[in-house]
Design a protein around this ligand. Structure first.
Ligand SMILES: O=C(O)CCC(=O)C(=O)O
Length: 284
C-alpha cells in the first residue's frame, strides 16, 4: 500500500470511528468503563476518584480531530463522586437513589402537590423582558432570595412535610438549611435551563440538597469551558443522572463555580415531578 493510501485509510478510519460507549459511574466512586481503552483517558485524584478529561483522536499527519467526551451516567448510589478538581476546588456530588421509604412516596408526592403554594413565576432577563417559567415554583425561606430577576420574599410558614424532609436531610448532612425552592414540572414541556446556583446570597461553594418525587427526570450537568473556548460547551464533559422518585442529590464544593445544570424538556410524555432544593441563604 502506498503511503498516500495509508494516510487516506487512517483518515477514513478516524472519521468513521464508531460512537463512544456509554460510561457509567458505579457505586463506590469508581468510574466503570465498557471499553478498557478509555481508562487511559481518566486521571485520578488523591480521593481515588476518576475525573474525565477532554479526549482527542488522531486523524492524519499533524491534524487532530477533537471529540466530545462521552456522557457519564450516574445511576446508582454514589456517596462521593468527584466531578472535577480545578483551582477553584473540588466539585463533588453525592447521590442516594433510595433516600426515602418507598412505601411513603405516593403520599409525600400528593401532599406536596396539594399543599404547597405553587405559582408560575416570571424570569426577568437582562434586557428587562420577562418570561413565564416553564414550571411552577414554591418557596419557604427565613430570608428573601433573588435569582434570575425573581425575588422571593422571606416566608417562614414552613409546610410540615417540607420541614420534616429538611430535618432528614440535615441529619444526613449535618448542615442547617434555612430555605427551600420547590419546582413542579407539570409534564414533559416543563424544565429548567442551564444555570448554576451561584447567587451571592448562597455564599462561596454552597451545598445544595435536592430531592425528587413523582416522575423520574434526567438531571444534566456540564463542565464550564476554559476562557479560551469563549463559552462554547461543545467539547465539555456532560454528566447525566436520572433522578428517581425518593432520591436525594447533593451538590457541593466548587460545583456551582465549575459546572452548570438543567432539567431538559423531554420529547416523550412525562407525568408531573416535584423537586425540592434545600439551600443555605446568608443575609446580604
Ligand atoms: O429539578 C431539579 O432537579 C433541578 C432544579 C434546579 O436546578 C434549581 O432549582 O435550581
Amino acid at each position: 500500500m502506498s503511503s498516500n493510501d495509508k494516510r487516506r485509510r487512517a483518515r477514513i478510519q478516524g472519521s468513521w470511528a464508531p460512537p463512544q460507549p456509554r460510561r457509567s459511574a458505579a457505586a463506590g466512586g469508581q468510574t466503570k468503563t465498557e471499553d478498557a481503552s478509555e481508562v487511559k483517558h481518566q486521571s485520578r485524584t488523591s480521593f481515588g476518584q476518576s475525573i474525565p478529561e477532554q479526549r482527542f483522536q488522531y486523524v492524519d499527519q499533524g491534524q487532530t480531530k477533537r471529540e466530545q467526551p462521552p456522557d457519564i451516567w450516574i445511576e446508582h448510589e454514589n456517596e462521593d463522586y468527584i466531578l472535577s478538581d480545578e483551582p477553584s476546588g473540588i466539585s463533588r456530588i453525592r447521590y442516594y437513589p433510595k433516600f426515602f421509604d418507598e412505601q411513603k412516596l405516593d403520599n409525600m408526592y400528593s401532599t406536596l402537590k396539594e399543599k404547597l403554594p405553587w405559582e408560575q413565576r416570571r424570569d426577568v432577563k437582562r434586557n428587562g423582558e420577562s418570561y413565564l417559567q416553564p414550571r411552577l415554583t414554591a418557596w419557604f425561606g427565613d430570608l428573601p432570595y433573588s435569582y434570575s430577576g425573581v425575588t422571593l420574599e422571606a416566608y417562614s410558614n414552613w409546610n410540615p412535610l417540607v420541614a420534616e424532609i429538611k430535618k432528614k436531610i440535615e441529619d444526613k448532612t449535618k448542615l442547617h438549611f434555612n430555605s427551600v425552592l420547590g419546582n413542579l414540572y407539570r409534564n414533559e414541556h416543563d424544565g429548567v435551563e442551564w444555570h448554576a446556583d451561584d447567587e451571592p446570597s448562597l455564599g462561596k461553594n454552597p451545598t445544595i440538597a435536592s430531592v425528587t418525587f413523582g416522575e423520574r427526570r434526567t438531571f444534566e450537568m456540564r463542565k464550564n469551558p476554559p476562557p479560551e473556548e469563549k463559552g462554547d460547551y461543545t467539547y465539555q464533559q456532560h454528566v447525566k443522572i436520572p433522578l428517581l422518585p425518593g432520591s436525594l442529590l447533593i451538590m457541593e464544593g466548587a460545583t456551582q463555580v465549575d459546572w452548570q445544570h438543567r432539567i431538559p424538556k423531554e420529547y416523550h410524555s412525562k407525568g408531573p415531578r416535584i423537586n425540592l432544593t434545600y439551600r443555605i441563604i446568608y443575609p446580604q
